[in-house]
Design a protein around this ligand. Sequence first.
Ligand SMILES: Nc1ncnc2c1ncn2[C@@H]1O[C@H](COP(=O)(O)OP(=O)(O)O)[C@@H](O)[C@H]1O
Ligand code: SF4
Ligand SMILES: [Mg+2]
Length: 573
Amino acid sequence: MTTSGQADDPDDPDDPDAIQEVAGTVVPRIRGRLRTRLPGKVRTARGQLLVLTVYLLLTPIFLGFQAVTGGLAKMNLPTTDLLAATVGNVVLAAACYTASRLILARSRTGYILALAAAGLIAIASIYALTEVVTGTAGLTGNTAFFFTVYQGVYLMFAVAVLVNLLREVTWSRTLVREARKSTGEGLGVPLRDIRIHPGAARTEVAAPGSAEEAAAQAKRRHQEPLLAVRGLKKHFPIHGGLLRRQIGTVYAVDGVDFDVYPGEIFSLVGESGCGKTTLGRTVLQLTPPTAGKVVFDGFELADVDPDDMRPLRRRMQIIFQDPFGSLNPRMPVSDIIGEGLLAQGVTDRKTRDKRVEDSLEIVGLRRDYTRRYPHEFSGGQRQRIGIARALALGPDLVVCDEPVSALDVSIQSQVLNLLLDLRRDFNLTYLFISHNLSVVQYFSDRVGVMYLGKLVEEGAVEQLYRDPRHPYTVALLSAIPDPDPRRRKKRLVLKGDVPSPAAPPSGCRFHTRCWLYEKLGNPERCATEEPELRPLETGHRTACHFAEEVSDKAVSQVVATQSVLDTAVADPV
Ligand SMILES: Nc1ncnc2c1ncn2[C@@H]1O[C@H](COP(=O)(O)OP(=O)(O)O)[C@@H](O)[C@H]1O
Ligand code: SF4
Ligand SMILES: [Mg+2]
């Protein structure tokens, strides 16, 4: 592991990389920071520098060829011009290539060298073009035309490089800090053994809520968090109009803080469209975050360079919601599962196939299913293949994005039990995303409730289900159907639709639908001041100014005043 990031002091208030303390979470210890990805314009400028390198070398190659075949003498060019064209082009080509490599290594010298080389090429080509136009060069007809095009190409690429780099001048100021960060090299860990050893004793999975499980959870909370998410934001631009200009922003995830401890199951719940999937994908850096930090096992990931991220990818995997759409129908199972292994450098076909068979076995499928295609499996079996694909790489953290929502109820429990078994066998940590509160209650250690891109409540599952303190959580929990169909449960109804994440309400985002806001006589604070996710005396965190007013009595008073029509139509989940 590279140690360059260790020099950073996370407690230094002047350090822009420092992690701010957030109430109710621990400040994660940073072992290293990975370099951020190059901005799009700098990536384009690097490509243009490489094109310039090749173009600059064409002239010396052409002149060399002419010298060998004897054509140079016929061209009757002055020796000084020939020397200038050859040496000048080779030196500038070397400068362009070196600059592009140095930029990749986040060197400020590379940035300055690129500007200098592109500037020099632009000046030289403008000079040459002026000579042609004014007639000083003595070129006419076709020769003048071809020379103009030849110099014009230089000018075009050099100006493009200059414009692209100068538009990222702010980024160039961060280069010295970037150069101190880790490159990702050496972060790889050996593939973990995932074979089932015959005869190995497998203990019972402790039932969620049992004393055994509570003790295990208390032990987990004493460790460093495996995943710490701080102020994470992901905004999507909305483009419109003829010129496809940005006309708005979807605030899909808008400032989320939470910790996940090794071996625990942290669930995210909330209505459809509240940003759960986006949060899961942003945590894994599958989509670059707009702002905020993700610390995985001590390594800070913030818009990380994809190449640097590759060694850590093996340790962070995802199971997708849709077992039908997430498997490529044209690939056999061996390739679907083997793809990730190949990307991680397992190039030997035999080793890969063996590993694919091992991972099929641990999810309860037959080892000889490798040559089959996805359409030859049932929904539940496909989801097992999705799980096998994630586990083949021996991850530590698995993001499960609604892994059972698309399955029949009978298959759901099989898959959930399989996930619990696998956690026990491989000490996995799950970030479990679901809109089903009953599943979350059965499956999780801790839960975070999301509303319009924000966490509104977070805490241990028993605590939160027993004593919810956010009016939104109260409404969600009251919507869980009663298993006894003869009992007609009175539900707390949320009025109106979920507001658009492109125009979230001011103050508390929930105030347009909040029953407590209405009950308290529409206090102004709710509409103007955004509530923070603050720790309560109960031990969990809630983002409500009036969390202390939430009680069974208050809820039953509100339920009693609801009309029959309201309770009949609404189902908040
Ligand atoms: N790539 C994207 N571009 C624009 N908007 C997106 C994109 N992905 C998700 N969104 C929007 O972000 C919001 C959150 O979506 P999502 O994370 O899928 O919610 P959930 O998983 O909770 O149902 C939605 O309003 C959705 O329309
Ligand atoms: S802050 Fe106000 S609007 Fe928001 S949940 Fe609490 S009571 Fe409701
Ligand atoms: Mg989703």
